[in-house]
Design a protein around this ligand. Structure first.
Ligand code: ADP
Ligand code: MG
Ligand code: MG
Length: 359
């Protein structure tokens, strides 16, 4: 049920560019723009597609029926894509025209839905539009407090370093690059172009580990980016997956965080900061060359207030990155992350409350 729609901007063109040409975009975020198709499921649905209750995977042929199944269960459609959620979160906090997001979408109504959701928080996008593939979809099966995500990248998989090069003015303008680790399955050259530019110009490069399957199955791609991480963020399961695939022989989060902080670094002008969130447990932060590993408690939330924890980590990263852009202290950046995550889990889907709240 895909159809062509009339866009207000750049009709018939190869991109959807919602930028305010007068704007100065301090943060450039890159990853996969996805539409989340989210519904309450059950064990039978998980079994049908061989899914774990709490996981994120890329869809194979055998998974393609899940989107129809979710729609038949009265699915909600939400703007998703981890780094796009983060970008919306950072823009939610920062002044107008602070964040721009790039990635590839299809020529369909789903791309328009994403543009609309981003517009709500003032996030601007420069989407490459693929002629053949539809906008990527992330099927979210909710069972109790668990979320199983199954992503069909489709158009999102068509992003190329050439597309980034076409918008190099944005890269030059930004002072901070945020890359979602999920993009490591799509375009390592685009990620490396940002990483190397950051090191060369002493700008900030931040990467999210995104999901356990990234350090597990995209280890070499991830490792290629490691020397460029000024900030790396992930949750406890992703950190442990990294430890397992790199034979660190530990599951201890502070130990893993310290290890990541001490990996070789390309730009010696900035010390690396590693941030590992752990749901309701304290957030662990390790800084390169510092012995002490910091722990910051989360903002407690009453169970009755939790609507949906989808995207808690993405929201955390959004608040954190907004703090970094504002030049806040590490403690404040973490607190801004906890604050935004707290707001987001009171909403359905990876969303933020309106009227806007201020930190
Ligand atoms: P992910 O969504 O990637 O699994 P986490 O589950 O670690 O990430 O959540 C990220 C952050 O979201 C936490 O550090 C915390 O600030 C916040 N958060 C998540 N769940 C809760 C909760 N139940 N109560 C309060 N804060 C939470
Ligand atoms: Mg979690
Ligand atoms: Mg996460």
């Amino acid at each position: 049920a895909l159809f062509h729609s009339c866009r207000q901007l750049n009709i018939n063109q190869k991109s959807i560019d919602t930028r305010n040409k007068m704007g100065k975009y301090e943060i450039l975020a890159l990853e996969n723009p996805l539409l989340d198709i989210q519904a309450v499921g059950d064990q039978a649905l998980l079994d049908k597609y061989g899914l774990k209750p709490n996981d994120a995977i890329l869809a194979e042929e055998k998974h393609m029926g899940i989107y129809e199944d979710l729609i038949n269960r009265k699915a909600d459609f939400n703007a998703g894509g981890a780094a796009q959620n983060t970008a919306r979160g950072a823009q939610y906090i920062l002044p107008e025209d602070s964040v721009v997001f790039v990635g590839c979408v299809g020529k369909d109504k789903y791309a328009d839905l994403l543009v609309e959701a981003n517009k709500k928080v003032g996030l601007h996008t420069v989407y490459r539009v693929d002629e053949e593939q539809p906008t990527g979809r992330c099927g979210v099966v909710i069972t109790g407090h668990d979320r199983s995500m199954c992503t069909d990248l489709a158009a999102a998989n068509c992003y190329k370093v050439e597309h980034l090069k076409e918008n190099w003015d944005l890269v030059k303008q930004a002072k901070l690059y945020f890359v979602g680790g999920y993009h490591l399955t799509v375009s390592v050259p685009a990620i490396m172009a940002l990483a190397e530019e950051a090191a060369k110009e002493n700008k900030i490069f931040m990467l999210s580990l995104s999901a356990p399957f990234i350090p597990q199955f995209f280890k070499d791609q991830l490792d290629q980016t490691a020397p460029y991480w000024d900030y790396v963020v992930g949750n406890e399961t992703e950190a442990r997956s990294y430890a397992a695939s790199h034979d660190l022989n530990t599951e201890d989060i502070p130990t893993i965080a310290r290890h990541l902080a001490q990996l070789p670094k390309a730009n010696s002008q900035r010390k690396r900061t590693v941030i590992i969130t752990q749901g309701t447990d304290p957030t662990v932060v390790a800084v390169q060359d510092e012995d002490k590993v910091h722990e910051f408690p989360v903002h407690a939330i009453d169970k009755s207030e939790i609507a949906d924890t989808t995207g808690a980590g993405d929201a955390f990263a959004g608040g954190f990155v907004a703090g970094v852009a504002k030049g806040e202290s590490l403690k404040t950046c973490v607190d801004m992350g906890q604050w935004l995550a707290h707001l987001s889990i009171k909403e359905l889907g990876p969303a933020y409350p309106f009227p806007k709240q201020t930190y």
